[in-house]
Design a protein. Structure first.
Length: 454
């Protein structure tokens, strides 16, 4: 594998930097996992790539996923359900998770992300069947196989059906068990060094599947170690009713009462916030992972992204779980997100380029990173390239910044580079045999569903 790469004759480089620079007919040197040079000079490297006709973009950043759900997507029984019924039904499948399922789904999901230009994946895993504690370790191993930059969470559930929650008893744990494993994972995997490939966040599942004590203790542990906090919030009106009926306050106030607000916190979805709550998010720097496709599929609602952007609320883009999205494609989220907000907000909607920036530098901010999300000297060598001569992109050349939103990309990117290494080339994964991966994953999928008698 080349330690340095020189990309020459790049037709256009959409940098997503502070000045929204688009470089034309320039070269880029990548070395040591970092962008070392952007300009017109010719340079030597271990590998030289002629990128003539290519458009280069920063690697996309996925800020919320549930990789394990890939083996429960496209199931007829749940396709028309909304969140609470959907979760209750699928927990009976998810309680059978094992290491084989986690490895297969992680490779498949991150592979699909990477083929569509994503170089950083945050996964929110919170289902831990009794006796299975190495699941996050398996995810990090899968990310290393593919060469992906991985932010994993030690998710958790501590409130089962018998206690008024949604999950079955077999996938909930005590607060002590959760905190002990959380500490282990942080100490073993988390790195906050520049260009880090592995980070850990603490992420209790949701206010309706964990106790107050677990939320509070998770926040204390995360801040003691300097790691970030994540959970689902304001996703549905059912959730809002659950919290207001049980605690007498709205969801955001409930979380703030438990210490869950601030620049080290981001929430998935964030659909049902009022004006005062949006301002509170902005004032505290609390982030949102926007999941447009999932929000549409589960009929959850439309997040107020135009208002969030106007207030400077940190917003990243996300695919959410593969069972609530049925895919792992951030390029699709860019286009759907652009169109959704155009439909709902007209001239106040973010542009196609605005949505691209949400998926790049917005995601970096939500994850607390200042070294990814832009094509800029000193930043991580994370990027993807698309052949501008593809028939699907005829007529796109006047505005490459917005094209991924306005036109979209039908099919995988031509090349993905993560940490200065080529991970997708000629629209195929480099690190694995795709046909063999798919065949093995389909076998594991059938065994998994057989256990649940599906």
């Amino acid at each position: 594998m080349a330690d340095s790469i020189f990309l020459k004759n790049i037709k256009a480089i959409v940098s997503c930097d502070d000045n929204d620079t688009v470089y034309e007919n320039q070269n880029v040197l990548l070395a040591g996992g970092e962008i070392k040079y952007i300009g017109g000079s010719d340079m030597g490297a271990d590998r030289v790539i002629d990128a003539r006709g290519m458009v280069m973009y920063p690697g996309l950043i996925n800020t919320h996923h549930h990789l394990y759900q890939i083996f429960s997507r496209n199931l007829p029984a749940v396709q028309n359900m909304e969140l609470f019924d959907w979760l209750t039904t699928l927990y009976e499948i998810w309680k059978n998770l094992d290491d084989e399922v986690i490895v297969s789904t992680s490779l498949v999901g991150m592979g699909e992300l990477m083929k569509n230009g994503c170089t950083t994946c945050f996964d929110h895993h919170y289902v831990f069947p009794q006796g299975r504690e190495g699941l996050i370790d398996a995810q990090f191993a899968a990310a290393a196989t593919l060469g992906m930059r991985m932010h994993a969470s030690r998710g958790s559930m501590s409130l089962s059906k018998k206690d008024g929650g949604l999950p079955p008893d077999s996938v909930v744990q005590t607060t002590d068990e959760i905190l002990k494993d959380s500490q282990r994972l942080i100490e073993h995997f988390h790195s906050d060094e520049k260009l880090s490939m592995r980070q850990v966040a603490l992420a209790p599942c949701s206010p309706f599947s964990v106790t107050d004590d677990l939320m509070e203790q998770s926040a204390k542990l995360a801040r003691a170690y300097g790691v970030r906090l994540h959970t689902h919030l304001a996703e549905t009106l059912d959730e809002e009713k659950y919290i207001t009926d049980k605690y007498g306050v709205r969801p955001l106030q409930y979380m703030e009462n438990l210490g869950w607000i601030g620049s080290d916190v981001w929430f998935a979805h964030g659909i049902h916030f009022n004006d005062e709550e949006l301002q509170r998010l902005a004032d505290t720097g609390t982030g949102i992972a926007h999941c447009p496709v999932s929000n549409m599929k589960l009929s959850s609602g439309i997040a107020r992204i135009p208002d969030m952007l106007r207030l400077n609320v940190p917003v990243g883009l996300a695919v959410d779980g593969s069972a609530s999205n049925d895919g792992s494609n951030l390029l699709e989220e860019i286009r759907v997100g652009y169109l959704l907000h155009r439909l709902n907000s007209s001239e106040n909607a973010p542009s196609g380029y605005d949505v691209l920036k949400i998926a790049t530098r917005g995601g970096a901010k939500v994850l607390g990173r200042d070294d990814i999300g832009q094509i800029k000297e000193g930043y991580a060598a994370d990027a993807f390239l698309v052949d501008s001569g593809r028939v699907e992109l005829v007529g796109a050349q006047r505005d490459y910044k917005s094209a991924l939103g306005t036109i979209g990309l039908k099919g995988p990117v031509d090349m993905t580079i993560c940490a200065g290494k080529v991970t997708v080339e000629n629209r195929k994964l480099v690190g694995v045999d795709e046909a063999r991966l798919a065949a093995g994953a389909n076998e594991a999928f059938e065994k998994y569903l057989a256990k649940a008698q599906i």
